[in-house]
Design a protein around this ligand. Sequence first.
Ligand SMILES: [Zn+2]
Length: 207
Amino acid sequence: MKILAVSDQIDDRLYHAGVRERYPDVDLLVGCGDLPYEYLEFLVTALNTPLVYVPGNHDPQYKENDPLSQAEGGVCLDQSVTHLKGLLMAGIGGSIRYRPDGINQYTQSEMYYRLRKLVLPLLWHRLLGHRRLDLLIAHSPPLGIHDDDDLAHTGFQALRDFIKTFKPRYFLHGHTMYYKGNLEPPTTRVGETMVINVYPYRVIEME
Ligand SMILES: [Zn+2]
């Protein structure tokens, strides 16, 4: 299972007609937020693969009946759980609130409240004896992991607690890049979870 995950910045290495030849065997495209939807729509068409994504703090607010608020050909996974390509996956969009009127921005306690929508379906999957969550798709990193010291790039404690409870195999996020001076987006193992910053893109091979 090969995943191409993108976030935050259009990358010319992907945004061209030869992308299919370069990545002929991508099974799933994942958008971690803060990208123009035309870019996601281009990749869906060029790679001919399913797209799941969550909105970031620079994306429009998702509205069910408003095509302009969605990436065509993709599934907005914000606050939902789905089975796709044999993977159990969940999504949670948005960043920490740093502006009173900011879109897709939430306080620490609002993020706990938003995550409650994932809890019941995931507990249900567990009760049915299914394996654990394969993939959590987020925009923001967890607090203290790949986040930064300024308010706009602070991560969520609720996501840390979520990792501890549901132990997703992979946690993909964007929103932060030059994490405390690093030039490469980092990967960190937290318990049984690989936390991967995908900014601006990453190819991930899942067993
Ligand atoms: Zn962001």
